[in-house]
Design a protein around this ligand. Structure first.
Ligand code: ADP
Length: 180
């Protein structure tokens, strides 16, 4: 049984993260998405909110569960008894960062393998930072995050147009399902 940990801040979870979680869920028996309980001042969403948003976004993946953690990621990996750590790579900057963290983690836990997945093309430039910036200005980000995340962003930034876009999207999806 190969169990993987996919850690991150997920502030908030977006389609790039979801893509990596979906692909990891096909590769490994179990995937634990671990939401880092970082100091709240730098983050838009509280840990519980990030957890809830991630749970809803990944509810379709039966072998994925979501937890929160504090402290060293590698300690969380040990507690959860995982064999593999999963991370997503968008570009050279991600690669260099992951290489350094991977080096430190390998020093702390040489038996836990690092598996970096290249992100899929549509999400190459997507980051939670860009998502929050565009959302804060009321821009169209329906292609970047699921509707419930857009609604949460709409609430945070007081941008009702985001809530409306999410509702429209859901209604459209509903129609497509009922026409099938
Ligand atoms: P962290 O703060 O640990 O970098 P993030 O929440 O930003 O956490 O990201 C969690 C993981 O998801 C990281 O491995 C990151 O490289 C990856 N990731 C972020 N954005 C994307 C994306 N657009 N496509 C694929 N993976 C991504």
């Amino acid at each position: 049984m190969v169990r993987a940990l996919y850690p991150g801040t997920f502030d908030p979870i977006h389609n790039g993260h979801i893509d990596i979680a979906e692909r990891a869920s096909a590769l490994f028996d179990e995937v634990i998405v671990a939401v880092y309980d970082a100091p709240p001042k730098k983050l838009l969403f509280a840990t519980e909110e990030r957890l809830t948003l991630a749970q809803a976004a990944l509810a379709h993946l039966s072998n994925v569960r979501i937890i929160t953690y504090v402290g060293l990621t590698i300690s969380c990996a040990r507690e959860q008894e995982v064999n593999v750590m999963v991370r997503g790579l968008r570009n050279v900057a991600d690669f260099e960062y992951e290489q350094q963290i991977g080096w430190a983690n390998n020093h702390l836990a040489p038996d836990i393998e690092l598996c970096c997945l290249f992100c899929s093309r549509p999400y190459e430039y997507l980051s939670a930072t860009i998502l929050k910036e565009v959302a804060s200005l009321g821009g169209d980000c329906i292609a970047w995050a699921p509707p419930h995340v857009l609604s949460a962003l709409g609430d945070k930034f007081n941008r009702p147009e985001l809530n409306r876009a999410a509702q429209l999207y859901l209604r459209h999806q509903d129609k497509l399902v009922h026409h099938d």
